[in-house]
Structures are given as C-alpha cells and as structure tokens.
Design a protein around this ligand. Structure first.
Ligand code: ZN
Length: 521
C-alpha cells in the first residue's frame, strides 16, 4: 500500500508516525523562536506550542547552528488512539493537536529532518547524526533494499526496534539522490458504527462497514474475522479503501469475531480463511449457484430466472439445489429444449471446470456422439483419460468435479430430463442435404446400429432426428428388429397421418446403405 509508487530501492525513508507534524524554527542565534504545525509549504504558525514543548524538555532550546535560520521537522507522538474519523495527516492530526494542548505530557517529540540556511546537511545519515547530537529524539530511518515488497517492508517495520505502531504511519520523509520530499500515506481512520453481513450475487460473504461520517466501506467478511472488527473498532484504511489495521478500545478487548460462521442460506458451517474471499463450502448451496444456473439457462436459450424467484425456489428445497429440478419449475415445466449433447454438457458443467464448448465437442466426438457413452464416462471418470481424447488439465478438473456424486447426478439428470431432447451433434458422413428442414422421429431397435448411430446417419443428410415423439415431426422410422418400439407414439403418428417407414424401406428408398459403404470405413 505504501511501497508501490512511493518508494524504490536505494531511497532513504524516515517514518513519520501518527501524531502532530511540527516544524521548529531556530533563529540566526540558534534559539528556538517559532513553532509551526505541518512541514515546509504547508506549515501553520502555532506559537502556543512553544511553551509546552520547552517546558516538557521535548526539544532543545538552542542549537549549535548560527548565522542563518534553521528548521527542524519532526512529530509529536503518542501511542494513544482516539476515535477520530478522517485522514491521519488531516482530521486525526488536528485532534492530536487538541489533545496535546490539553496534556502535553502524553506526547514525545521526535525529529526527522533539518534544513538550514547556514550549513548544508543533506545526506540522511548526516541529518540523523546531527539531530541526535543536538539532543533530539530521532525518527527511525531505513534504506529501501532492492526488490522491496509490501511484505518485506512491513516485516522491516514490525521489528522490535521500530518504536511506533505499524501501519499507523501518516507520512514519510523520503530522500532520493540528494533531494528530500514529504510524502503522505493518505491513510485514513474510521470508527465502525455497525457491520452488515450479506451474501453477494456470486455467493461471496461480504460486509458493509458503516462509519459515522465517512460512508460505507465494502469489504470481504474475511477482513471482519482477520482484523476482529466490531462496532466501536477503529480502522485504518488505505487509499484503495482496503483495511490495513484495526484497533479495539478496551471495552472490545475481549470480544472475538469467530472464524466459524454459518451459511445464511443452507446453515452449513463455514470456516473463514485468513485471507481472500469466503463463500459457502457446499458448491450446491443456493448462495453460490445462481451464476451457474444463469449460465445453464442461457446456454439452453431458456428464459432467465430472477434472483428473487430463484431464492424463493431454493428456500422451498432447503437451499441445496439440484440443477435438473430447475426445469420442473412452473416457468419451464412445459418447455422442451432441443440441444446437442456437447452443448448440454457445456450448460451443466461449470465453465470454471471446462471453460470452452470445443472441449466438449472433442469429448463427445471421442464418444462417437453416443449419449450412452457420454453417460458412461460421466459415471466412470477414472476411465476418461485412458479412453478419450481430452486435455490433461481439463481432465484433472473434470475428474475432481465428478468425485462429487451430486455433480454426476446433475449431469445424468439433465441428459435424462423429459424436457431435454438430446440431438446428435455429429454426422456419420457429409451427405447431400436431402432432409434439410425435415424432422424425423425414430423408435425401436435398429439393424443399422443404436439410436445414436441412426441419428448420426440421418443427420448426415441434414435431418433433425428425435428419439422422443413430438407432433411436429415429418415422418417416423421404426427399427427393423421390432423391439422397444413405442406403439403409443406410432399410433399417435398414424392418427395424425404422419408418414411411417420401416427401417429397411427407408434405407432402400434413399439408397443409404450405398452411401454408408462409400463413406464409412
Ligand atoms: Zn450454504
């Protein structure tokens, strides 16, 4: 938070803790004559500070440099923390100033820099040496090492030798190639008024942290536990609005935000991690599943479900949602979805597992586009790697995902759902598109192969092929083996005067065997 953009290797930084930044003006005779709040261009004369500073022996009355005005920059420091809201170098600093004037004995002055019109003391080491020799307490300074990171920087300042409270730092005095600069950390302090826990659309458990005057801070619930935040806590927040520290006054000292919470939806126990985001551990919980449900409906070109509708439904089923049951909701129960098997898999398996429908195309073509074969490998994921053409990383994630029996049930349940019509995606060969725009219903057991084979053969002529009857089909083909034929559907077709063919007649009429011989090895 401080390091990026502010510091680079080789810089020397003097750390200015939270408190009141003070500039002391020494006269040509070396006597302390004026006191300002703030540094350099932003300093404001506060002569009322002169007496308490001298009375508490915080600063030398006289320095050895004469023949020109000198300024010593430093900070009045106390380890007390007051519930003030605002920037550490603005509102919080003004409050420290008020507190100092009430009771100067709580504060100690530390010096960090000297600028003199009489002598040039420029190198940071020389500055620090001079300040110590003149009788000042000196602010700690560090040389920034190569490859500095936030972590190494904070480790450096968390050492016992660092006398202040990290990261309660309001600014730095930075020296770079002979020049010095005062740099604000822009850290602000807020006092927590209340905390509202909620679950985001994606299922992350979040907290709205209300301050008294500085609005609402939106944060992961992880921070609430990590920093042990309660109403009344005093937070430090960086420029990016991330919490970097929390101070709890005495009355909150014994309070603990438990790392074990319950999911507001399914009630399961959630262990809040030490960093990152947190969500319900059950991947089927309604709190986390909505984006996935939307992806599924979108892929099936189905009407979207609103969050409220979904949550009402989830409440009914006690918040563990089986995907196929969504299609039984009133708004979908009379709808039919015609979908290729690879697209259905893309709809049902989260994109975090298999990101791209092309992977499913490979998977399905390796299964000869046979639905039975797809079902077999979904139920026997150990066999996928040996038998099928699938990238190892995809396989690893899919294999892991299929270890959860509910996931297997979701996939199989969707394939077998009565509202889903799985159509063959593959063609047996590139035939003339003589059945383009025609739909064919097939029933029974065929001499030319299983239903998937027949689908792919007929699809080769651009037919749409169904193994579930619907009244819009253009014709019906009955398998030659006369087993498992749906008499009810055949009768229905007869009543509706839909042409009905026997397998051998149909294949002969269109010379399909000849095409098969020519095209299929
Ligand atoms: Zn849950």
């Amino acid at each position: 938070m401080f390091v990026r953009n502010l510091l680079q290797a080789g810089d020397h930084v003097t750390i200015v803790p939270t408190g009141v930044r003070i500039s002391l003006q020494y006269s040509e005779n070396g006597l302390l004559e004026k006191v300002y709040q703030g540094y350099a261009d932003n300093q404001i004369l506060h002569q009322e500070l002169l007496t308490p500073l001298l009375q508490n022996n915080s600063v030398p009355r006289k320095i050895s440099i004469t023949k020109g005005t000198s300024f010593v920059y430093g900070c009045l420091y106390t380890d007390k923390i007051y519930p003030t809201e605002g920037r550490l170098d603005k509102e919080v600093e003004y409050n420290y100033l008020t507190e100092y004037l009430k009771d100067p004995s709580k504060f100690v002055f530390y010096a960090g820099h000297i600028q003199s019109y009489a002598v040039g003391i420029n190198l940071p080491m020389a500055v620090h040496r001079w300040l110590a020799a003149a009788g000042f307490n000196v602010l700690p300074g560090y040389v920034v090492p190569p490859s500095i990171t936030e972590g190494t920087f904070s480790n450096m300042l968390n050492l016992d030798t660092f006398p202040f409270n990290y990261p309660r730092i309001q600014s730095y005095i930075k020296y770079r190639v002979g020049k010095y600069e005062f740099v604000s950390t822009k850290v602000k302090q807020i006092v927590v008024k209340k905390i509202k826990k909620y679950t985001s659309y994606e299922g992350f458990i979040m907290a709205d942290i209300y301050s008294h005057d500085l609005g609402v801070l939106n944060s992961s619930y992880t921070d609430i536990v990590k920093y042990n935040i309660h109403p009344g806590s005093i937070l430090l927040v960086n420029e990016e609005n991330s919490i970097i520290d929390c101070y709890n006054p005495d009355k909150l000292k014994n309070k603990v935000q438990p790392a074990k919470i319950n999911c507001d939806y399914c009630g399961k126990v959630i262990i809040v991690p030490s960093k990152g985001k947190v969500c319900c551990a059950d991947s089927h919980c309604s709190s986390v599943i909505l984006p996935h449900v939307e992806h599924m409906l979108n892929t099936l070109s189905a009407e979207m479900i609103s969050r409220d509708e979904f949550m009402d439904y989830a409440k009914e089923v006690n918040h563990i949602v089986a995907l196929p049951d969504i299609l039984d909701l009133d708004k979908y129960k009379d709808k039919k979805f015609t979908v290729e098997i690879s697209k259905l898999l893309y709809a049902v398996v989260p994109v975090t597992i298999i990101p791209n429908i092309n992977v499913w195309d490979y998977f399905c073509s390796s299964c000869n586009n046979s639905v039975d074969s797809v079902k077999y490998y979904i139920q026997n994921p150990d066999k996928i790697m040996d038998d099928l053409n699938i990238d190892f990383n995809h396989f690893r994630r899919l294999h892991h995902w299929l270890q959860d029996p509910q996931n297997v049930n979701d996939v199989i349940g969707m394939i077998e759902h009565e509202n889903i019509e799985v159509v063959a995606s593959g063609k047996k060969f590139e035939g003339a598109p003589i059945f383009r725009g025609k739909s064919i219903y097939i029933t029974g057991t065929f001499a030319h192969g299983n239903l998937e084979d027949i689908k792919s053969i007929l699809s080769s002529y651009s037919a749409e092929v169904y193994d579930k009857f619907n009244t819009a089909v253009d014709c019906v083909i009955i398998g030659d083996l006369h087993e498992r034929t749906s008499g009810r559907d055949v009768n229905k077709a007869k009543q509706m005067q839909i042409p009905i063919f026997e397998e051998k007649d149909f294949f002969a009429k269109y010379d399909i065997d000849n095409d098969l011989r020519k095209n299929v090895v």
